[in-house]
Design a protein around this ligand. Structure first.
Ligand SMILES: *Cc1c(COP(=O)(O)O)cnc(C)c1O
Length: 350
């Protein structure tokens, strides 16, 4: 009888939260879908697609639109079927048998997952008590453990904290490893190294259209790196990884920088409102929880009874995440934030 091997036999499919919740603040998605004007344009363009033909393997127009939006070189940009796919491609290609990768915990769980699937050695580095990065410790571990691939998110999911450009430059320069800087939330912050990729021979930046740009359904992620690394990624990814519908819609949306900026502002306003509500709750119930000073579209709460709060909210139809010892709450529409804050208050009153 055929038996699954050890590395996959206990794996379970990724399980997003069920639909019984009335408010979804668990996945860090945008609460805004695409604007009506853009959808009209998209419908017209969809009519022009040759559905019988394979997609453009280089996703040229899409990568060009991304590059133009951010002011980077088009040849530095590689498109993926979500940045999740790019993470998987990077682990499969840039790590050889038996080599080590490092993560800084807590962080996005897909890094460790992909490392395990590739049977790579995992060096885990802890964060400091306040969840910031200890850059010297990371550098030291990379040297001591002969780390070939260092991957972490900045701003960090789940802590919401951002590390400065200066710290990131120093880190990337100080290690021999390939550094994969996952900037999935950088549209909510200002510390991106994008545009500086040519200055580092060991840096790949990851960006996504799933968070600030409200296109999680299309699965669009991007890697940005100097030409040699970008070429290597293009050579190892599967040729038709981004389908033509996603390429077409993504290109249209990325060419509407004004609409993207408007959406970003609306998300930031919701974020500020959520944080203001949380700060007020922290003052009203001193010592019950700590709000981390985030620069993302979610808030990270630290409290000893985090899991209880997570369950309490779930029972009242509000989905949040409990991960890495933190309660992670995505900013939602204003009434969704209010519902969450009301239930949080109810919990803290007990
Ligand atoms: C959401 C998220 C991603 C995944 O983005 P996709 O492009 O939707 O695959 C990657 N990294 C981090 C840190 C995320 O939070």
């Amino acid at each position: 009888m055929y038996r699954l091997n050890d590395k996959i036999k206990d794996l379970k499919p990724y399980d997003p939260v069920e639909t019984r919740y009335r408010v979804h603040l668990d996945a860090n998605e945008s609460f805004l879908s695409l604007p009506a004007g853009i959808l009209e344009e998209a419908k017209r363009e969809l009519g022009e697609i040759a559905f019988n033909r394979y997609p453009d393997p280089a996703a040229k127009e899409l990568c060009g639109a991304f590059a133009a939006h951010y002011g980077v070189e088009a040849e530095h940009v590689v498109a993926g079927n979500g940045s999740d796919e790019l993470i998987s491609v990077i682990f499969g290609a840039f790590l050889q048998k038996g080599e080590a990768f490092a993560t800084v915990e807590p962080d996005f769980s897909m890094y460790a997952f992909n490392g395990a699937l590739n049977e790579a050695r995992h060096a885990t580095i802890g964060k400091q008590a306040d969840f910031t990065l200890d850059i010297d410790k990371i550098i030291e571990t990379c040297h001591n453990e002969k780390v070939k691939l260092l991957i972490f998110s900045n701003p960090c999911n789940p802590t919401s904290l951002v590390s400065s450009k200066e710290e990131m430059r120093r880190l990337v320069r100080s290690v021999d490893a390939l550094v994969v800087l996952d900037e999935a939330y950088m549209d909510f912050s200002s510390q991106s190294l994008m545009g500086e990729e040519d200055a580092f021979d060991n840096l790949i930046l990851l960006r996504t259209c799933s968070k600030a740009f409200g296109m999680a359904a299309l699965r669009l992620g991007f890697a940005v790196a100097r030409k040699e690394l970008a070429d290597a990624l293009r050579a190892v990814k599967s040729p038709y990884n981004v389908n033509t519908v996603s390429q077409t819609l993504g290109t249209i949306v990325l060419r509407h920088g004004d609409a993207l900026e408007e959406a970003r502002r609306e998300l930031l306003a919701s974020r500020d409102e959520l944080y203001a509500g949380l700060e007020a709750a922290a003052r009203r119930f001193p010592g019950r929880f700590r709000l981390l000073p985030g620069e993302t579209n979610f808030a990270a709460l630290l409290l000893p009874d985090g899991e209880q709060l997570y369950q309490f909210l779930g029972e009242r139809g509000i989905a949040v995440r409990y991960t890495g010892g933190l309660v992670r709450v995505t900013c939602g529409r204003p009434p969704e934030n209010e519902l969450f804050l009301e239930e949080l208050t109810a919990y803290l009153q007990n």
